[in-house]
Write a protein that binds this ligand. Structure first.
Ligand code: FMN
Length: 378
């Protein structure tokens, strides 16, 4: 009997038919060469999710200019010809198995753990401390320098050029990272944006740069090329942040990016999961609301490897797709497992025992397999 679970049904994003609703969430693995070029291991890593049946893969955050965008050591970039060729190996491997793949384009702004001097909308020291396991730097974040209008134009060009290179490299689209407290979200967020020009003040000004980037990418890429945006209330360094004006903010943000021309909206949730992060302060379901006000496909995220919850989210039309992060690391074949009714492996933070890189995970995996394969002591 065919498996008719809601998450296994196909659906469109723009003109692209996605085989099922299960998407690989973007996850930084800090595994590129020192100059940001994707490696063979990255190719095999992304290929494994396509082979495992994910309807769509979204890559890790990939930096968009060589100046201030990079967040971590060994983060991949999409700036040079070498980067493009490295990513082309990845897209070709994914395409061979009929997979679909989108490049997440990213600027760290004040949350860079890599650059000597970080830049941001305003000189506001970020809350919290740098992420462990990433980058050269650890401890408190530095105070960033304020971007001037020329810098902002250069940032916009970085995103647009990265999208054009992504199209040349064979990606199905790009996802603009305006979530989790990174640069574009720093513009959007009240406390990190103290500007009094056209990029600061009212919310329409704070979302302006993201909208300008969407519009310009749309002009420079083909009709079928997917442009998505990732948004979130919470931040990597502030998990409990909610948009201060609840659904009023949500309305302004969603309609602005929809008017600019995005093809999907991806709402990220962090450690506390979908149920916690997908509501506004005034208790509106954010993913359902995004669907309602824009009519666009919406991706939900956060603990949605819980198949019952994921099916309910799709079935109740609260979202169109689910993006799976951590669980995918130990279930590169999650869609096939669900289809076959096989058990799903449980994620453990032990995956990072040897670091966040793909190589670290492979080392942990082989250690585990050796241990499991060892005969019991009598
Ligand atoms: C190791 C790791 C790296 C991540 N890197 C990114 C990233 O590059 N871009 C991004 O938007 N989110 C990133 N995230 C957040 C995930 O996409 C996702 O939102 C989060 O893990 C919650 O989903 P989950 O419960 O399915 O894991 C990362 C998460 C993890 C665990």
């Amino acid at each position: 009997m065919p498996n008719t679970l809601p998450i296994l049904t196909p659906a469109f994003i723009n003109d692209t038919l996605i085989n099922n609703r299960i998407i690989l969430a973007p996850m930084s693995r800090a595994s590129a060469e020192d100059d940001g070029t994707p490696t063979q291991n990255m190719m095999t890593y992304y290929e494994s999710f396509a082979k495992g049946g994910y309807g769509l893969l979204i890559t890790e955050g990939t930096y968009t200019d060589a100046n201030y965008a990079q967040s971590y050591a060994n983060q991949p970039g999409m700036v040079t010809e070498r980067h493009k060729l490295g990513w082309q190996n990845v897209t070709q491997a994914v395409k061979k198995t009929n997979g679909k793949i989108i490049l997440q384009i990213f600027h760290a702004g004040a949350l860079s753990q890599h650059v000597t001097q970080s830049y941001a909308p305003s000189a506001v020291k970020p809350a919290g401390t740098m992420l462990e396991g990433y980058g050269h730097k650890q401890g408190a974040y530095d105070i960033p320098k304020t971007l001037d209008l020329n810098d902002i134009q250069a940032i916009k060009q970085g995103f647009v050029q990265a999208a054009q290179l992504a199209e040349e490299a064979g990606f199905d689209g790009v996802e603009i990272h305006c979530a989790n407290g990174y640069l574009l979200d720093q513009f959007l967020t009240d406390y990190s944006n103290e500007r009094d020009d056209q990029y600061g003040g009212p919310l329409q000004n704070r979302i302006r740069l993201t909208c300008e980037i969407i519009r310009e990418i749309k002009q420079r890429t083909g009709y079928a090329f997917i442009i998505g945006v990732r948004l979130s209330q919470s931040k990597a360094n502030n998990l409990d942040y909610f948009w201060p004006n609840g659904v009023t903010d949500a309305h302004a943000i969603f309609t602005s990016v929809a008017d600019a021309g995005v093809h999907y909206i991806h709402l990220a949730s962090d450690m506390k999961g979908y149920t916690y992060h997908s509501r506004t302060k005034d208790k509106i379901n954010l993913t359902a609301y995004a669907r309602d006000v824009t009519g666009l496909p919406v991706l939900a995220n956060g603990g949605l490897h819980d198949i019952e919850l994921a099916n309910a989210v799709i079935d109740k039309k609260q979202a169109d797709f689910i993006a799976v992060g951590k669980s995918a690391m130990v279930n590169p074949d999650l869609p096939q497992k669900i289809q076959a009714g096989k058990p799903i492996s449980e994620f453990t933070f032990d995956v990072f025992k040897y670091g966040v890189s793909i190589e670290g995970q492979l080392k942990w995996q082989s250690e585990n397999e050796t241990r499991r394969g060892r005969p019991e002591k009598s």
